[in-house]
Design a protein around this ligand. Structure first.
Ligand SMILES: [Zn+2]
Length: 291
């Protein structure tokens, strides 16, 4: 029995491209070209979006999230760079997951460009560790480094001079993101959603799925409401008595394809971590009860 109703996803009326129909290459605005990597899956949706950012005519571009180290993907990125008449001056990475970061060091070497990320492991020996709040002046434009921990501890977003924000896996073009466990952090995630919301983004360019341009703030408010909804669903389920984590996932995520239940289990454990810290539930191994 659910006492709360699911928040409505504002994107349902936006006419976004359906799964599998996202164009391989697109220019959502003059500063940005998006190249879709050929790695679709239940977790990566259509595949990873690699973004090329640069002022037109600067002859330069920054690669954000090179994605999988795949020669076919590199070939499409190089064609997109040629179309922009741009050479790569830096490779930036939103977070350490392989579907975003695997090609960072190989492509950094290939392009002769430094790699920059929040994590020293991702940036590599010749790379640069990015600091929250700093502004990068690259490719004739600026990118503000916005800390967005939650999905992972090292997650960053990049705000462009246009007001658009490259959000990596903080927000996805379709559905909702995962707060990983044990690395992720629900409280940090909620604060990061508010931080990006308060930037008043003109658009969100996501690590997976279509660009969100109609009402980006409404999507961020939906994400906040969605997390509150999942939390209430867990508390409602536990009001019926103690449950195993697997039982909670089956109950709360009944409407979600089973392929994403392992990720749902991580988000559930992350949410239980928040509720435990707040003294509202007790978790002993796999067994969960109201406190
Ligand atoms: Zn991803």
């Amino acid at each position: 029995m659910q006492r709360v109703t699911a928040p409505v996803d504002p994107r349902t009326s936006w006419g976004l491209p359906t799964p599998g129909t996202l164009p391989r290459v697109a220019d959502p605005e003059p500063l940005v070209t998006r190249v879709l990597a050929p790695n679709p899956s239940p977790m990566t949706l259509d595949g990873t979006n690699t973004h090329l950012v640069g002022e037109p005519g600067s002859g330069q571009a920054v690669v954000v999230d090179p994605g999988p180290d795949d020669p076919a993907h590199l070939a499409v990125v190089e064609a997109a760079l040629a179309a922009r008449d741009a050479r790569v001056v830096a490779v930036l990475v939103t977070h350490h997951h392989g579907d975003h970061a695997e090609a960072a060091l190989p492509w950094g070497r290939h392009f002769g460009a430094p790699v920059a990320a929040a994590s020293p492991d991702v940036a590599g020996p010749g790379g640069r560790v990015l600091q929250p709040g700093e502004t990068l002046r690259l490719a004739g434009t600026t990118l503000d480094v916005v800390p967005t921990p939650g999905h992972t501890a090292d997650h960053l977003a990049f705000r462009l001079a246009s007001g658009a924000v490259l959000v990596g896996d903080h927000v996805l073009g379709r559905g909702t993101s995962v707060v990983t466990h044990p690395e992720g952090d629900v409280l940090a995630y909620l604060a990061s959603l508010r931080r990006v919301h308060d930037l008043g983004p003109s658009a969100l360019y996501c690590g997976h799925g279509p660009e969100l341009t109609v009402d980006p703030a409404a999507v961020l408010r939906f994400y906040l409401a969605h997390r509150a909804y999942r939390e209430q669903q867990l508390l409602d389920a536990l009001a019926g008595g103690p449950r195993d984590v697997a039982e909670l996932v089956a109950e709360v995520y009944a409407a979600v394809p089973r392929a994403v239940w392992p990720a749902a289990a991580q988000s559930t454990r992350a949410t239980l971590g928040k509720l435990t810290a707040e003294g509202r539930v007790e978790v002993e191994g796999d067994r969960v009860r109201l406190a």
